[in-house]
Design a protein around this ligand. Structure first.
Ligand SMILES: [Zn+2]
Ligand SMILES: [Zn+2]
Length: 436
């Protein structure tokens, strides 16, 4: 487990009776040593580690997080926290009111779902469900938001309302969208919203946040090619869809290299091909299918790539006498941080962790995130939290079959989320009581 590696600035909180923090928003807060949310939550490290490992051992796919939601709900009930279940199927929202009334509010969101993959681990808390794994650390995200709820409920050092959103089905199953369709922001009117994701490669105790694009838009493509099947020994009597597929695969690689500005970023990957029968070595099939994904940060680039794909797919096929169609599905929009909210989150992170532990220029990821739907509706930011820099376990990237969330990170993530609430919904008096 190891002791928390607090920065010198953060450690200062431990030794100085009280420190006056003046955030650039102009309000003033008294921060007492025992009030530091990360240190406060650290006392619960063992309990929340056990909770996280229990979730890890029992992974559930998107919209099937019944046990996960139940475990979280039981904890919220035990803490006396109002919460609403069944939002976007298995989603849940906890409502915590600060000690002072205020019309202001903030949303915090964590995902809960696992992946359809096999865990390769002999750890005691490894997945007990074949073909299911918490390979993205959503077990840790849900645990951190729960620990944050615990802290906020116990201290309530803020004014207004905090809405803690436990979202299902982030891994490509549309959980964020489902919660919005279920009236999330009508029922729980957040003014702004924040979320974080653990980030392998970023050391523990560091957080990355910047304005603008953080995660890419994700689109899926399906290309169906229709030729004319026949005998492999008489290809002149066929229209070979395998050959057409090969040319399409090559041609689409020209889109990023020749149609997109070198100063922009985009990915076109064809990741799967299906054609013919592996037992029929002398049969030219009639059809072939290619599938893949497109990643972009800007709507114009996304439009342009779809248009170029359509043009290339149809014209390459017709050049060979075949027909091809493109199905283009937009899955998640790009995750774009609001400039003001990203600056606010960076300031809070600097107060809690020390400025030297805030990374302002971590390069965006071509991965996608359905928190993007919530950021399209409300200003906010998506933060990336250090999960560990090296080593077999915590240096492994997300979706690796041996990945495991780093429990040492729990107080950092939970404390950071709580810090956003305390700084964003400050008490009117501006004074944080040491006594609760
Ligand atoms: Zn993932
Ligand atoms: Zn994830």
């Amino acid at each position: 487990m190891g002791a928390l590696r607090l920065s010198p600035v953060a450690v200062m909180f431990k030794h100085v009776a009280a420190t006056v923090i003046v955030l650039a928003t102009g309000f003033c807060t008294m921060f007492f040593s025992s009030d530091h949310p990360i240190e406060y939550i650290r006392r619960w490290q063992d309990d929340y580690t056990r909770f996280r490992r229990d979730l890890h051992a029992h992974p559930e796919l998107g919209f099937e997080e019944h046990r996960t939601a139940q475990r979280i709900s039981e904890r919220l009930t035990a803490l006396g926290i109002e919460h609403h279940t069944g939002i976007g199927k298995t989603g849940m929202v906890a409502v915590i009111r600060g000690r002072e009334a205020s019309p202001h509010s903030m949303g915090l969101r964590a995902d809960m779902d696992a992946l359809p993959m096999q865990e390769e681990s002999s750890r005691p808390h490894a997945s007990t469900v074949p073909g299911r794994m918490h390979g993205c650390g959503h077990d840790g995200h849900a645990t951190m938001l729960l620990a944050c709820a615990h802290y906020l409920q116990e201290t309530r050092r803020f004014a207004g309302t905090a809405y803690l959103i436990f979202q299902p089905a982030e891994e490509g199953r549309g959980g964020g969208k489902a919660m919005l369709a279920d009236g999330l922001f009508e029922r729980f009117p957040v003014e702004r919203i924040f979320a974080l994701h653990n980030w392998p490669g970023l050391p523990v105790g560091k957080v990355a946040v910047h304005s603008g694009p953080v995660m890419a838009a994700c689109d899926y493509v399906t290309i169906d090619i229709e030729g004319c099947g026949g005998h492999g020994a008489h290809p002149h009597l066929t229209v070979d869809p395998v050959l057409v597929a090969g040319h399409i695969i090559t041609a689409v690689q020209s889109i990023v290299s020749r149609n997109i500005s070198p100063f922009d970023h985009a990915v076109v990957s064809l990741c799967g091909m299906q054609a013919g029968n592996m037992d029929a070595k002398n049969v030219v099939p009639r059809t072939a299918r290619l599938v893949g994904t497109v990643r972009t940060f800007h709507a114009e680039t996304q439009e342009w790539i779809e248009a170029r794909l359509r043009e290339l797919v149809v014209s390459v096929a017709s050049g060979f006498g075949a027909k091809a169609t493109l199905r283009y599905d937009r899955i998640d929009p790009a995750t774009i941080n609001d400039a003001q909210q990203a600056r606010f989150a960076a300031r809070v992170a600097a107060q809690l962790l020390g400025e030297e532990n805030v990374v302002h220029d971590l390069e965006p990821s071509m991965g996608a995130e359905d928190f993007s739907y919530m950021l399209q509706k409300k200003p906010g930011a998506y933060l990336r939290l250090g999960q560990g820099g090296s080593g077999e376990r915590h240096g492994l990237f997300l979706h690796n079959s041996r990945y495991d969330f780093n429990d040492e990170v729990i107080p950092y993530g939970a404390g950071l989320l709580a810090g956003l609430v305390e700084a964003g919904l400050p008490l009117v008096s501006g004074i944080r009581d040491q006594k609760i």
